[in-house]
Design a binder for this molecule. Structure first.
Ligand code: FMN
Length: 177
């Protein structure tokens, strides 16, 4: 797919068909995501990939509010996280500037955008879910306290064709000097 076609084809999908996502596909998608830039190339982004039906159902029904629980039904659940107090911090553990752990989150977002575009290119769809219970996810998947949990990405085969939501005018978001 051409870049424009790919970016416009990616939409948040909130209804998935009952079709398994394989580990091989997820590995290929994560490899593409790894091409993202990261602070000093440290790659502190992490992916906890819940693929089996039994574990997916356990996570889906316990770690989300009901609206997201319904939206990610049948999808693989990719819990994304990053190492805390690493990128954006100096040797003494002090934040290098005002963003602190925001830089780890920034790197994770860059990774996740490539993850979603690669998924789309491969015929899969995604939903970013920021509304999730991080501590329940941590307990269920054994995610260490040294990592901050970000969004959960639903990954699967779309069973709907969402419309493209409007975007703001360029002048609302960009200033030129
Ligand atoms: C950080 C972040 C968190 C989000 N959290 C949720 C969520 O919890 N549930 C949901 O249905 N959509 C969620 N979304 C999806 C947005 O609503 C969606 O991206 C936006 O409406 C634009 O639609 P599009 O993705 O189709 O372009 C989230 C998106 C982002 C980037």
């Amino acid at each position: 797919m051409e870049f424009k076609e790919l970016t416009e084809a990616r939409r948040s999908v909130r209804k998935y068909a009952d079709k398994e996502v394989t580990r091989e596909l997820v590995e290929e998608i994560i490899k593409a995501a790894q091409e993202a830039p990261s602070w000093k190339n440290q790659e502190t982004s992490k992916y906890y990939c819940v693929l089996s039906k039994e574990k997916r159902e356990q996570i889906r029904t316990t770690c989300f509010p009901s609206f997201n629980e319904q939206r990610c039904m049948n999808a693989a659940l990719i819990v994304t996280a990053f190492e805390k107090d690493n990128v954006g911090f100096d040797d003494k553990g002090e934040p290098i500037n005002e963003l602190g752990n925001g830089w780890g989150c920034y790197d994770l977002g860059l990774h996740n955008m490539l993850f979603m575009l690669k998924a789309k290119e491969m015929g899969l769809d995604t939903l970013v879910m920021g509304i999730r219970d991080a501590e329940k996810l941590r307990a269920a998947l054994g995610i260490p306290d040294s990592e901050q949990i970000g969004a959960v990405l639903a990954l699967g085969y779309a069973d709907e064709e969402p419309k493209r939501p409007n975007r703001r005018e360029i002048n609302d978001i960009a200033k030129f000097y």
